[in-house]
Design a protein around this ligand. Structure first.
Ligand code: 1HE
Length: 267
């Protein structure tokens, strides 16, 4: 099926919304500024997820041009006072949380610069596919600022606070291979192959039951954040709710009656 535009209210031109069947596509479309995240672009991300049709089951996020995102639009910083900066950062938290704890998994395709706020945006996605050109940096230290898009919360959970400290203090950058082994991305593919891989993964996510996807997106990260007794309890409840659904029962029956695929490792 060809990709078609999704008609989303209040969508600014710096983002592009498309769909192909039950897969949604969100493109950062500000390549002339290396997809630097200005207020309009962040508002576009919010509008996209707020207006996403209910029959979309997974989203693929990409950046137009040679880079995923150059992070915060630094030209906006010069006009913002302290209180405005707090509100600005809290707004990013709200928008990124909105899709991280939203309805559908988001698969990001990373290429070129994935820096500063661009890495913060990527780390809020559920699955990250990196092309070989991708590289990661947190130039906030060099710029005399600090992360503000949830980076301190999310990035240490991927690579540890110690590595993040090094990146911010020394300006250290990592390439795509290191990013894969450190946990910044889940997959590494050749340049130009990221979209196809992300679509394949999005289709797999879309084929899960909505309840399982909900449990994985909402319960799993919260369980990882809380104490063990609370975690076991939340896990037991999620397991019971998921397996009790009619769809889960039908899938289990399919396996037992040899109609469902086996969980084989294909290498
Ligand atoms: C920008 C931005 C930006 C590019 N804000 N305008 N992020 C950074 O510190 C990274 C800053 N950007 C770069 O280091 C480079 O632009 C890149 C390595 C990403 C790409 O280099 P290149 O040679 O392909 O592009 P360029 O010539 O540097 O940039 C093209 C244009 O985009 C140019 O504008 P023009 O009007 O002169 O054409 C750049 O000024 C503009 N541009 N990046 C504003 N970031 C919530 S807190 C998060 C805090 C952070 O994210 S701090 C990290 C900020």
């Amino acid at each position: 099926m060809p990709r078609t535009k999704i008609d989303i209210p209040n969508l600014p031109s710096v983002v592009t919304a498309e769909r192909d069947g039950e897969i949604g596509f969100l493109r950062l479309s500000r390549p002339e500024k290396r997809n630097a995240l200005n207020d309009t672009l962040v508002m576009g991300i919010e509008a996209y997820f707020a207006g996403l049709p209910n029959d979309i089951r997974a989203v693929v996020l990409t950046g137009d041009g040679d880079h995923f995102s150059a992070g915060l639009d630094l030209s906006e910083l010069t006009v913002r006072g302290t209180v405005e900066s707090v509100h600005h950062s809290r707004n990013w938290h709200r928008v990124f949380d909105m899709f991280e704890f939203g309805k559908v998994p988001v698969i990001a395709v990373l290429h070129g610069a994935v820096v500063g706020g661009g890495l913060e945006l990527a780390s809020a996605c559920h699955v990250r596919v990196a092309e070989k050109s991708a590289y990661y940096a947190l130039p906030e230290g060099v710029r005399g600022i600090y992360v503000g898009g949830g980076g301190s919360v999310r990035i240490p959970r991927l690579i540890g606070a110690s590595r993040m400290m090094d990146m911010m203090l020394t300006g250290r950058t990592y390439g795509a291979e290191d990013g894969l082994s450190m946990g910044l991305s889940h997959y590494l593919v050749e340049n130009g192959a990221g979209l196809e891989k992300a679509i394949e993964l999005a289709k797999r996510c879309a084929a899960n039951t909505p309840m399982t996807n909900y449990a994985v997106m909402h319960a799993l990260p919260r369980i990882a954040d809380i104490d063990r007794p609370g975690g076991y309890m939340m896990e037991a409840l999620m397991a019971a709710i998921s397996s009790g659904s009619e769809e889960a029962q039908a899938r289990l029956k399919d396996f037992l009656e040899k109609r469902a695929p086996k969980a084989l490792h294909k290498g």
